[in-house]
Each structure stands twice: as C-alpha cells, then as structure tokens.
Write a protein that binds this ligand. Sequence first.
Ligand code: NAD
Ligand code: G6P
Ligand code: MN
Length: 441
Amino acid sequence: MKKFSVVIAGGGSTFTPGIVRMLVENLGRFPLERLYLYDNDGERQAILGEAIEIMLSEEAPDIDFAYTTDPKKAFTGMDFCMAHIRVGKYAMRELDEKIPLKHDLIGQETCGPGGMAYGMRSIGGMMELIDLMEQYAPECWMLNYSNPAAIVAEACRVLRPDSKVLNICDMPVGTLRRMSQILGTTPDQLEVDYFGLNHFGWWTSIRGKDGTDYTEQVKAYVKENGYLNQVEIDTQHTDPSWQETHKKAKDLFAVEPRFLPNTYLQYYLFPEDMVAHSNPEYTRANEVMGGREKEVFDTARRIIANGTAKENGFHIDSHASFIVDLARAIAFNTHERMIMIVENNGAIANFPDDAMVEVPCIVGSKGPEPIAQGKIPNFEQALMFQQVTSEKLLVEGFIEGSYQKVWQAFTLSRTIPTATKAREVLDDLIVANGDFWPELK
Ligand code: NAD
Ligand code: G6P
Ligand code: MN
C-alpha cells in the first residue's frame, strides 16, 4: 500500500494531538511515510511537537516526523495538508467575542460580527498557506478546518478557484454522532440528507444504511430534548456552554419542525437569548483557554517531563476522525458520502450557483461530487440568501478594501439589527484588529 505524507498546518493547534492520535490509530487504513507540523508560532508548536515526537517514537517509530516553521521543509512533497490555523490566536478570539457583547450583539467565534472580524483576519493567512502549498507541493490537497469556514470557502472560490482546497466543518459529524446515540446505533450505520451554508443548515432525512427512515424518531427526541444526550460519548462539544447549545436545538426545531437544525442557527434565530446568556467578562474563548487549551498543553508538558506518552496521553474525537476519513476517501477513491462545503452549481436547485453551500457529497480521488438536494422552502431560502450575501459582501469588501461593503455585510447579518449598530461595532473591530485587517477606505 502506498504511504502518504501529511503536513498539519497550525501545528500548534489544540486539535493537532487528536488528529495525530487518529492518524496513528489508522495506520493500517492510511499508512504514513512522513508527518510534519507547520506553524508560524514556533514556540507554541514546539510544546506539542516535542510531546508528539515522544508519542510517535513509542508507537510509530517508522514515521518520519518533524515540526518546523520553515514552509519549504513543511510542504515539499506532501500529499495532504490538514489545515487548522487561527490567525490572531485566542487573544483575538476573545476580542471577537467581547467587543460585540459591549454593543449587546452576539459574541461568537464564527457567527455575527465576531465571525466576520475573524473572517477578515483569516482570508490573508489562508491564501498565504495555499500559495505555500502550491509552491512546494503542487499536487497536494488541503483539507481545511480553519474558520470561519463559510467566509474562508467563499474567499477560496473567488481568489484561488483552481486550488485543491476542501473546506470542511465537524459540526454535522458531531451532531450525527449525537443522533446515532439517540437511535442506539453508530454514525457509520447512518446516511443523511442535509442542505445549508456552513454553520447554517438543516437535516432533511436520517436513514439507516439499510434504508430504514429514522427522521421522525430523531425529530420526536429533538422536540423534547434538543440534541442533549443522556450519556456523553465524545470528548468534544461537552463543556457547559455546549450543553446549553445542544439543548437549544429544541427551540430551533420549534421554529422549523420540518427539518433538524444545525445548532449554529441559534445565533441567527435567537440572538437576544444568546446575548442575555453571555457573560461579557467570560466568554467561550475564556472557557477554552482554561479548558481544552490548558488540558492539551498541560498533557504535552507532562509527556515531555515524563519522557513517555504511554499513560495519560492525548485523546481523539469525531473532529479528528472526519479529517482522516476525508484524506482516505481522496487517497483511495472510496466514494464515501460526506457533508462538505462546495460551490452550489445546482445542488440546491433554487439557490445561486456561485454560493458556497454545505451538502452531502460523494468523495473520491477527484474530490467531492455534490449530491443534489432539490428545492428548499422559502423560509430557509430567504434566510440563507441573506446570510450568503452578507458573506459575499464581506469577501468583496476584504478584496477591494471597501469600508462600504464591509459595513453592508455587517448590516445584512441577522445578528445585527440596524445599520447604525453595524457601523458602531465595525468601527470598534477595525481598531481592535489593526494590521490583521486590510485597510478599509
Ligand atoms: P489554536 O489557536 O489552538 O491553533 C491555531 C494555530 O494556528 C496556532 O498555533 C497559531 O500559531 C497557528 N497559526 C495562526 N496563523 C497561522 C499562519 N498564518 N500560518 C501558520 N500557522 C498559523 O486554535 P484551535 O482552537 O485549535 O483551532 C484551530 C482552527 O480550527 C480554528 O480556526 C478553529 O476555528 C478551527 N476549527 C474548525 C472546526 C470546523 O468545524 N471547521 C472545528 C474545530 C476547529
Ligand atoms: C464546532 C464547529 C467549529 C468550531 C468549534 C468551536 O466544532 O464546527 O467550527 O470552531 O465548534 O469549538 P470551541 O470548543 O473552540 O468553542
Ligand atoms: Mn464548524
């Protein structure tokens, strides 16, 4: 079997150790020749890099492993780049969340004003990463988790239309895992239909691989409990704020009982509830810095101090399994069905061709082939059109350096009620983001 070479970009990410563990546990299905980490913050990455080096020396000593800040070393000859960078890191995520809250607007990593602020930072970093990949590894595929995925995907469509970049999100897989638990089965036994934008979509059908339709059974559960499970089965999406989110799906379902909602719709359909339940002094960024980030880096430091990862090592979750399955699907042309972010081109019949949408796709060595989801109802179509237009205007505003377009993008977001508010929060975000954003005229 061919052995593959993988670079993880954003090597210092809190998700890197989980992906490496997943890769190690799947070497029989996806053999590795080389595994490199790449980050532009060498110090942060070195903590994880050193610990992973110890782990691999114990479990998979044949893999050529390295961590580097040198793009030439990182990318040359790679088959896959698994990307998850965070331009501005947690310090800027905290501001993305706290600045809008000062204006009584939702403060969220990928949705609303904070998400748009993050988008304005991410586009430049992502384009740089794509260019480095293409310079040193023209055949390489980038499997990209870096957020905000909707805005990044639109920027890729416009700025790098021919690049081999696939933008993905773990929320549909994470929620499917919850659905599978509701049904007393496992995600690999289920097949779904889904349509939407990233962090803005609905499941229309949940079926068993044998064709049994479970949609009504899942709906009946969500109507009462949202996606809150009785017993936790994953290590991701389990903090108290995530539990609130899973529960809130019940309210989202009440608005549209024909379908099963993506939890991120809470920020668009119930923004005032989300603001009311936020603590402007302690947001999700604080919860993650004191939680996942601390735990991952503490674990790494412990591995380094002990010189072994055999006990108390890193763990894996559905986030890691998805990206490894995706790499396999491309590498071995498996034609697995996966939800991906792709250019619409008719997949949703009554939605613009040039919108980046999230739909099930058949994935093989050519990449994703979208599965047609037919026509969608007016309610969803209208919500999605408003949202996708906001995302497109933001990307245009970034490219043209246009204050006007970015202001319009903010004004169109359902999370911001008026153009006045949009301008106030935008002006604060411009100051806070400094050189992370292009200058807007
Ligand atoms: P993190 O801050 O722990 O890690 C990000 C790393 O990226 C940091 O080490 C940082 O130094 C590095 N980085 C920043 N800019 C870079 C650049 N230009 N080149 C190379 N490296 C750069 O963040 P995290 O919480 O682990 O999340 C990582 C990313 O994954 C975020 O964008 C997050 O939103 C995203 N994510 C996406 C999904 C999804 O569903 N799409 C799921 C989980 C996480
Ligand atoms: C989900 C989403 C990601 C997002 C993450 C935030 O997995 O799909 O796009 O980045 O949640 O999680 P966090 O734990 O960092 O708040
Ligand atoms: Mn996501």
